[in-house]
Design a protein around this ligand. Structure first.
Ligand code: SF4
Ligand code: SF4
Ligand code: FES
Length: 586
């Protein structure tokens, strides 16, 4: 151990520690700019200057990279140290006038201006080299470095062309203290909604706010360690030692008697309606992205901001995006009217903006819903009835300059209107999840034309499916709001428990059966049965019916070329007798 004093306070630190680390042990703050605990110190900014006395000699040293020596006396705020810090900050203010963090640091010690010439007013880079060190030592790619000398010195890629080795991990942007490097998404828009789809994928994240278990997962597609074998910082900093790169997904087989399918939905991708500008125009966002923006735990702490960080003065909400539209989904998504009203209320309350709702029909069935709509009308929300034709940034009059213009037909007054706004929120509809078809096949159930799972009977068996023991809950069966989903889930759980409690299933009375003597063994029926109830007996060379699986749909009966499959209650003799009976009255 080495004994030193800092600002008159004695401290013992491990040999090889820096003055900065020793000061941190005493809770003494030394300002830094080019230092980061995960990177080797580089001592480029010289903001961390301190006065060090060893024996009779005193000199200025940078705390971030100077190792302690026995008996050292350190002054972090001596006149010499503060003067050096002031001059270095003023030099950085001149070098990078647009680096706000430098001006903030200067203001903290009473400096408001610099005597040095500011050659490049927009410059943000202070040449601290954090980005270069991160790219080299953490990412292991060295895609960027320093080029040129003097005033022209800059961070760039070799030959200033797009680097082949850059893996767009964003580590440089993350470490840059001044915002000189930022990540933009593939559409070239500034990333402000990183937790949504607009930003680059994060390598490690908690899947969603209420995830169970609420722990981070690694996205191996985005993780530098899985891409290059380098980095590994999460493992280094994780105190409980919970990061294990060797772990792999495991599959477990669990035997159950009943299954409740609650696979949910996905939101409509509004990029499919190109005329609304999503992904092309700035400040066109989805309703779900607005939810994240307005959430206190969201990327802006609940502040509703435009991409440049300002507040919107006018907001347009377009209802029915991806719903009630023959070009996308013809059905009504049921929840969008009400959540759009909630968004309108929140947007107005939080920003004081004028809010315009563009709707086809206002559908508000539900307890207290119509009253909420009335309240919004009283609050002064604008409602324009008509489908929006397009969202454009093409201005026709001076008031539209720099705005998004919503062009829509107002069917109540019979005219086409152009409404300039700052932000457009697309109320996206609900769709079946992308792998609903796979799930459907797996559980041998049916889907409607739109892809929602089909219940056995809309009124008599609304949570059952055609496969015994498999029940439906929530939006996987069709669009519905949270109260309806909760009610349906309760019904599905009750059905599942009742079946488990009973311990047996009742068969359909109208199952099909095979007349073995007539069966030619053509196997036509086997492929057609949607419930996999028919197999083939290779010894007898005939089809075999499992009547416990058969649902009596009659597909095989109609398809059998030799008429060797019949159905209880619907045998040929019974059908013919019924026809004869009817015809006898003719
Ligand atoms: S994005 Fe990653 S690989 Fe590319 S320059 Fe920045 S740190 Fe290096
Ligand atoms: S871009 Fe940022 S991190 Fe890189 S040298 Fe400049 S200020 Fe430092
Ligand atoms: S933080 Fe020590 S020189 Fe920059």
């Amino acid at each position: 151990m080495v004994s030193i004093t800092i600002d008159g306070k004695p401290v013992q630190v491990e040999k090889g520690s820096t003055i900065l680390a020793a000061a941190q042990q005493l809770d003494i703050k030394i300002p830094t700019l080019c230092y980061h605990p995960l990177l080797e110190p580089y001592a480029a900014c010289r903001i961390c200057n301190v006065e060090v006395t060893a024996g009779i000699e005193s000199k200025l040293m940078t705390a971030c990279n100077t190792q302690v020596q026995e008996g050292m006396e350190v002054q972090t705020a001596s006149e010499a140290a503060l003067t050096a810090r002031r001059i270095n900050l003023q030099l950085l203010m001149a070098r990078a006038p647009a680096a706000e963090v430098v001006w903030q640091m200067a203001a903290e010690i009473g400096i408001e201006e610099t005597p040095f010439i500011m050659e490049k007013p927009d410059q943000k880079c202070i040449l601290c080299g954090l980005c270069v060190r991160a790219c080299e030592s953490i990412v292991g790619t060295a895609a960027i470095g320093f080029a040129h000398r003097g005033i022209d010195r800059e961070v760039t890629t070799p030959y200033q062309i797009q680097s082949d080795v850059c893996i767009t991990c964003g580590a440089c942007a993350y470490f840059c203290p001044t915002g000189a490097i930022t990540m933009e998404d593939i559409k070239g828009r500034t990333v402000i909604h990183q937790e949504m789809t607009l930003g680059p994928p994060k390598a490690i994240y908690i899947p969603f706010m209420q995830a169970v278990p609420n722990v981070p997962v690694i996205n191996t597609e985005a993780c530098i360690h899985f891409k290059t074998g380098n980095c590994g910082i999460c493992q280094q900093v994780c105190e409980p030692d919970a990061i294990d790169y060797e772990q792999e997904d495991e599959y477990e087989e669990i035997e159950v008697g009943t299954i409740v399918l609650a696979t949910g939905f996905q939101t409509f991708d509004p990029a499919r309606v190109a005329q609304y500008g999503y992904g092309r125009l700035p400040n066109v966002i989805t309703s779900l992205e607005f939810e994240r923006l307005s959430n206190a735990s969201g990327p802006t702490g609940g502040d509703i901001q435009l991409e440049d960080g300002t507040k919107p003065g006018r907001i347009g909400i377009i209802h029915c995006v991806g719903s009630r539209d023959k070009n996308t989904n013809a059905y009504c998504s049921k929840v969008c009217c009400m959540y759009s009203l909630k968004i309108a209320h929140l947007a107005m309350e939080k920003t004081g903006a004028e809010v315009y709702n563009f709707y086809i029909d206002m559908r508000t069935p539900g307890k207290g819903y119509e009253e909420f709509y009335d309240r919004l009308l009283e609050e002064g929300n604008h409602f324009i009835r008509g489908r929006v034709a397009e969202v454009t940034d093409w201005a026709m009059i001076p008031e539209e300059e720099g705005k998004l213009v919503i062009r829509a037909e107002d069917t109540l007054v019979g005219m086409v209107r152009r409404i300039p706004v700052d932000m457009v929120i697309l109320a996206v509809g609900l769709e079946p999840v992308h792998d609903a078809e796979e799930v459907r096949r797996l559980f041998n159930i049916s889907c409607g034309a739109e892809g929602w799972f089909l219940e056995r009977h809309p009124k008599l068996a609304p949570v059952s499916t055609f496969t015994d023991g498999v029940f439906l809950a929530g939006v996987c069966q069709g669009p519905k709001d949270i109260p309806d989903s909760v009610a349906q889930s309760g019904a599905a759980a009750a059905e599942a428990l009742a079946l488990a409690d009973r311990g047996y299933v009742e068969l359909e009375p109208n199952t099909a059966f095979v007349l073995e003597d007539d069966c030619s063994g053509c196997k036509t029926c086997i492929a057609l049965c949607p419930f996999s109830a028919i197999s083939f007996d290779g010894d007898k060379e005939v089809a075999v019916m499992n009547e416990a699986l058969c649902k009596g749909c009659g597909v095989c009966v109609a398809a059998c070329p030799s008429g060797s499959i019949q159905q209880h209650l619907f045998t040929d003799e019974q059908i013919y007798a019924e026809i004869e009976g009817v015809l006898s009255y003719v």
